[in-house]
Design a protein around this ligand. Structure first.
Ligand code: ATP
Length: 588
């Protein structure tokens, strides 16, 4: 399943089907089902938020039961009136969501620094602390004896009416996460998960995006906690087990990353399984572990990939990349003469290795500037310095008269500097169109909150970004593959997808790192024409390449690096006849 789930009415049908089945449940006449179905709806409210953290952002948040616990105790304590004056149940639920959001952020913040397992351990540690506090803080929580959950006011005070309430709230949360999933925020999250440097180069700010996501997921979890306490009617710390936390986490994994329908089905499955097969209830931890193993080994894409019929459709066998100049001109309106990009005396050492040793370079708008040299001569490092990934120890960079500060790669997109990578950095599980739309992230200015609610502005922004992405795909000659999963494309096609993504910035400067590597002769010819067409629109192109023919055919200026130093700089004709260049790089 690709993250575009929910975009088409067809993708909404399964959700409507599940909703219709759920609405019919009361006709079963079995009140026990009210309990199970309500539990599933409450779990889903938590898991829908967690899905953005785990399934979209790829953060291993295992201990989300902590936020359920916090929400449950907040709502119960406020509604019971033992510590404060008695608070109405719905207000208590809102407070639970607020506490959930705050602690969702607190427990999420380490993810900005810690990687994978260390972050997972932090969330688990937090879960243990919360349970211990609930046990020890007897005056407020009732300790091991517990506390009554919030009683729902009429008409939500019967089992089935409470179920309808939870179902309605679950539907709202599903809609909200769907809005995020198919927005620049959802694409940003999966880009951070699968192609972090490309996300940064597209101007996506990891801290800002993760903070919003943690706040939302925490609010969902806290709110679910309040409802959970209402369902249990009485809560003790024993109700919030590690097993429950595992259920939440595994429901997302079983469901499949970057999907909403999959984790929803995973939640229903994991809630129902122990009930349907009662003897299994005692084995639930074993069952979860077993399911996890099956997923990891047999179907890493989860339920969503099983249901992704469109993603398995064969792609046309004989297809060609045919860039279209007209689409490029529509995407990149010719820009008036802009300022050049200057590097002066740049030095960068990695320990004892002088990767760049006093490099001067000027990339002019509207020109193709080739950067060539033997392996290890410092070409990619130079690109990385321009893009802010490395901070040079010496030297100055400037965009016209304005200094270009070192570092801060996510700010480069805003300055009109776009790039591609030596190895394409692509989100394999997303469609080609989604990948290209990642490049348009900074064009959207509406907030996470406005996007959650699908307000008109974010919807209009999405339409614009999509239209431009289709134009960018037409410009590079891949519009026919817009809906294909990116991991099904050939290597050469991925190179053009990266260029389309970079063009989404309508860049003043486009830095290409070996774009011709792995391309056929015909594809290299088309690539050359495309690069020249981009430059004609006023963009300055810095082209790192080993294909000498391409460099000499299309460049206006060439700089040759050797051992981190500029060996020669001039027109292609100057370079071809430069003795040292010929002996150090080009060969006789
Ligand atoms: N992160 C790093 N840590 C240590 N050394 C590095 C790092 N990145 C690059 N280098 C070293 O810096 C030098 C320049 O590397 P760079 O990748 O810029 O060369 P290049 O000209 O792009 O080579 P190629 O054509 O093989 O891509 C090499 O000696 C490389 O080993």
């Amino acid at each position: 399943m690709t993250p575009r789930a929910g975009l088409l009415p067809r993708a909404v049908l399964p959700f409507l089907g599940i909703l219709a089945l759920a609405l019919l449940l009361p006709f079963s006449g079995n009140d026990y089902w009210a309990l199970i179905a309500t539990r599933a709806a409450i779990y889903w409210i938590l898991i829908a938020g967690l899905n953005l953290v785990v399934g979209f952002a790829g953060q291993l948040a295992i201990g989300y039961v902590a936020l359920l616990t916090l929400g449950a105790y907040t709502a119960s304590v406020l509604a019971s009136g033992t510590v404060t004056p008695e608070v109405p149940a719905f207000l208590a639920l809102a407070a639970a969501a607020g506490i959930g959001a705050v602690f969702g952020l607190v427990v999420g913040l380490p993810a900005l620094r810690l990687r994978t397992f260390y972050f997972a351990m932090t969330t688990l540690g937090f879960a243990t602390i919360v349970t211990q506090v609930a046990l020890a803080w007897q005056d407020v929580t009732g300790g091991g004896i517990g506390i009554t959950g919030p009683a729902m006011p009429p008409p939500f005070d019967t089992a089935w009416s409470f179920f309808y309430l939870c179902l309605g709230l679950a539907a709202v949360v599903t809609w909200m996460t769907g809005n995020i999933a198919r927005s620049r925020f959802g694409r940003g999250l999966i880009a951070l998960r699968d192609a972090e440097v490309a996300a940064e180069a597209s101007g996506i700010s990891k801290p800002a995006l993760l903070v919003s996501t943690f706040l939302f997921a925490g609010a969902c979890a806290g709110f679910a906690g309040g409802l959970f306490a209402g369902l249990q009617t009485y809560i003790t710390p024993d109700a919030f087990t590690f097993e429950l936390s595992l259920l939440f986490f595994i429901a997302v994994l079983i469901g499949g990353r970057g999907s909403i329908l999959g984790p929803m089905l995973g939640t229903i499955l994991l809630t129902l399984l122990p009930e349907i097969a009662a003897p299994l209830a005692a084995w639930s931890t074993f069952l979860y572990a077993f399911l996890l193993l099956v997923i990891v080994l047999a179907m890493p894409g989860g339920i969503a990939s099983l249901l992704d019929f469109a993603g398995r459709r064969p792609l046309p066998a004989h297809r060609a990349i045919l860039p279209r100049a007209a689409a490029l001109e529509a995407l990149l309106p010719a820009r008036p003469e802009a300022a050049p990009l200057n590097l002066a005396g740049i030095e960068l050492r990695f320990g004892g290795v002088r990767a760049i040793d006093g490099v001067d370079l000027e990339v002019r708008p509207g020109q193709v500037h080739g950067l060539i040299g033997p392996n290890g001569s410092g070409k990619t490092t130079t690109l990385n310095v321009i893009c802010g990934y490395y901070e040079p120890q010496q030297g100055r960079m400037a965009l016209g008269a304005a200094p270009l500060p070192a570092g801060m790669p996510q700010k480069r997109a805003g300055l009109g500097i776009a790039r591609t990578f030596q190895t394409p950095r692509i989100i394999g599980e997303a469609t080609v169109l989604q990948n290209v739309m990642v490049g348009g992230s900074i064009q959207g200015s509406s907030s996470f909150f406005a996007t959650l609610l699908a307000l008109p502005r974010p919807r209009a922004e999405e339409k614009t970004i999509e239209a431009q992405a289709r134009l960018a795909l037409a410009a590079v000659g891949l519009e026919g593959l817009a809906e294909a999963r990116a991991d099904r494309l050939q290597h050469s096609e991925l190179r053009f997808v990266e260029i389309a993504r970079a063009l989404m910035l309508r860049p003043a400067f486009l830095l290409l790192d070996e774009p011709a590597a792995g391309l056929s002769a015909e594809e290299i010819r088309r690539l050359g024409a495309l690069i020249q067409a981009v430059a004609r629109q006023g963009t300055g192109v810095l082209l790192v390449e080993h294909h000498a023919d391409l460099i000499f055919d299309i460049c206006d200026h060439v700089t040759v690096l050797n051992l981190g130093r500029v060996l020669a700089s001039g027109t292609p004709a100057d370079i071809r006849s430069h003795k040292e260049v010929v002996s150090a790089y080009l060969g006789a």
